[in-house]
Write a protein of this length. Structure first.
Ligand SMILES: [Zn+2]
Length: 176
């Protein structure tokens, strides 16, 4: 059974937001176009408190219940089965969808019968990478949908290095 994991397609990560990923909004139509192919759709959201050590590294973004933390308005969340909030604590970054306080995502996915996890969203070398690596570690066959992710490339080459790291860990690369 296949699950789609949509990572952090939120206003603050799209152009015009507080921590924009270049072309971040361009993943939205791609993701909307593939939703029907999955048995289960999970969307994560960065959902930070107002103060967190995470903001020592990054501009303030995705503070819970603010417009910047809302999903991109064009993302079709009517087909999302579960929304997972991450980064909710104030002591760590919370990059991975599998690091949430509210549920054990790996156990929950297994309970639903999921054995394949497809990861898309933002940003490639942070939350997408962390989530894909955790999915592999938890024993799921894991794919990254390469045309449905975008990265920041703070240091040029970061995205390429992240792709290599994921491949080495056993993540498979596919196109939508
Ligand atoms: Zn964050």
């Amino acid at each position: 059974m296949k699950a789609l994991l949509i990572i952090d397609v939120q206003n603050d990560f799209c152009p015009g937001g507080a921590l924009p990923v270049p072309e971040g909004d361009q993943v939205v139509p791609v993701i909307n176009g593939i939703l029907d192919r999955f048995d289960l759709v999970v969307a994560t959201r960065d959902w930070h408190p107002e103060q967190t050590v995470h903001f020592e590294k990054w501009p303030v973004h995705c503070v819970r219940n603010t417009p910047g933390a809302a999903f991109h308005p064009d993302l079709d969340i009517s087909k999302v089965d579960k929304i997972v909030s991450k980064g909710t604590g104030n002591k760590d970054d919370g990059y991975s969808a599998f690091e949430t306080e509210e549920l054990d995502l790996a156990a929950w996915l297994r309970e639903q019968g999921v054995d394949e996890v497809y990861v898309c969203g933002l940003a490639t070398e942070y939350c997408v990478k962390a989530s894909a690596l955790d999915a592999v570690r938890h024993g799921f066959r894991t794919f990254v949908i390469t045309d449905a992710v975008r990265g920041i490339d703070v240091h040029p080459g970061d995205i390429d290095r992240a792709m290599e790291e994921m491949k080495k860990a056993g993540v498979e690369m596919v196109k939508s």
